[in-house]
Ligand binder design. Structure first.
Ligand code: MD6
Ligand code: FE
Length: 215
C-alpha cells in the first residue's frame, strides 16, 4: 500500500494492516443500534465534554467514558480515574453490549480474553480532528485496544512507532472496528479533520468507542 493512497476496504473479511493491527470492516454494523442506545445512556449520565490539556488548550473532540476507569485530562496531565471529575460520581457501568462486542472483536484478531475496564467515547463534529498521539496511559501494553467507528466516516492516520514516521490514511466508516495490540500497540495515530456530512442515524457526528484494559 502506498503512503498517500486512501485505504478503503469493503465490508467483510479481516484486513491485516500491520503486525498486530487489524481492520474488521462493518463488524459492528448489525449491533450498531444497541451500541448507540448504550452510548446515549452514558451521555445522559456523563455528558461529552472537551477536556483541558496539560498545555492549557481545550481538546476539539468531546469525550466521556464508561466502565470502571475513564480517561481524563486536565492541567495536571492525562490519566485514568474511577470518578467523573465533573460530577464526582463513578463513570457509568460498561453495558454488556459494548463489552461483548469488544471481546469478540479482539478474539477475532487473536487477542483472547480481552476484558476492557475502560471505554472512551469520542464525539466529533465536522472540522474536529485528533492530533497524532500514542495510547500509553494504560498499565499493560500487552492488552490490545478495540476501536469502533459510528456515524460520519473519518480518515484515520495510522503512523509508526516514531512521531515522524509516515502515516497511512485509513477510511473508517459506520460499523468498522479497528483492533490493535502486540507490536502495533504503541504506534502513533490520529484522526484527520472530519469532513462535513449527514449520517442517516447520527446526523453531522462521528462517534468513536475505544476499549482498553487500563488498570
Ligand atoms: C478515534 N481513536 O478513532 C480515536 N487509539 O476517534 C484512537 O485514538 C485510537 O481508534 C488507539 C487505538 C485505536 C483508536
Ligand atoms: Fe488513541
Amino acid at each position: 500500500m502506498s503512503q498517500s493512497e486512501l485505504f478503503a476496504p469493503e465490508a467483510g473479511a479481516r484486513q491485516d494492516l500491520a503486525p498486530g493491527a487489524f481492520l474488521l470492516p462493518g463488524y459492528a454494523l448489525d449491533e450498531a443500534e444497541g451500541l448507540l442506545t448504550a452510548a446515549e445512556a452514558v451521555y445522559a449520565a456523563a455528558p461529552p465534554r472537551r477536556w483541558l490539556t496539560p498545555g492549557g488548550r481545550r481538546m476539539a473532540v468531546a469525550m466521556s467514558n464508561c466502565g470502571e476507569l475513564g480517561w481524563i485530562s486536565d492541567e495536571h496531565g492525562y490519566r485514568y480515574g474511577a470518578l467523573d471529575p465533573d460530577s464526582g460520581h463513578p463513570w457509568p457501568a460498561m453495558d454488556p453490549r459494548l463489552r461483548g462486542l469488544a471481546g469478540r472483536a479482539a478474539a477475532a484478531c487473536g487477542f483472547a480474553d480481552f476484558r476492557p475496564d475502560a471505554c472512551l467515547l469520542n464525539r466529533y463534529e465536522p472540522g474536529t480532528r485528533l492530533s497524532l498521539h500514542q495510547d500509553k496511559d494504560e498499565l499493560d501494553y500487552g492488552q490490545p485496544i478495540v476501536s469502533v467507528s459510528l456515524g460520519l466516516p473519518a480518515i484515520f492516520l495510522f503512523g509508526g512507532l516514531r512521531r515522524a514516521d509516515a502515516c497511512l490514511r485509513l477510511a473508517l466508516r459506520h460499523g468498522d472496528v479497528l483492533v490493535w495490540g502486540g507490536p502495533a500497540r504503541l504506534r502513533y495515530h490520529g484522526v484527520a479533520p472530519l469532513a462535513a456530512g449527514a449520517h442517516e442515524r447520527l446526523g453531522a457526528l462521528r462517534l468513536n468507542l475505544t476499549f482498553r484494559k487500563a488498570g
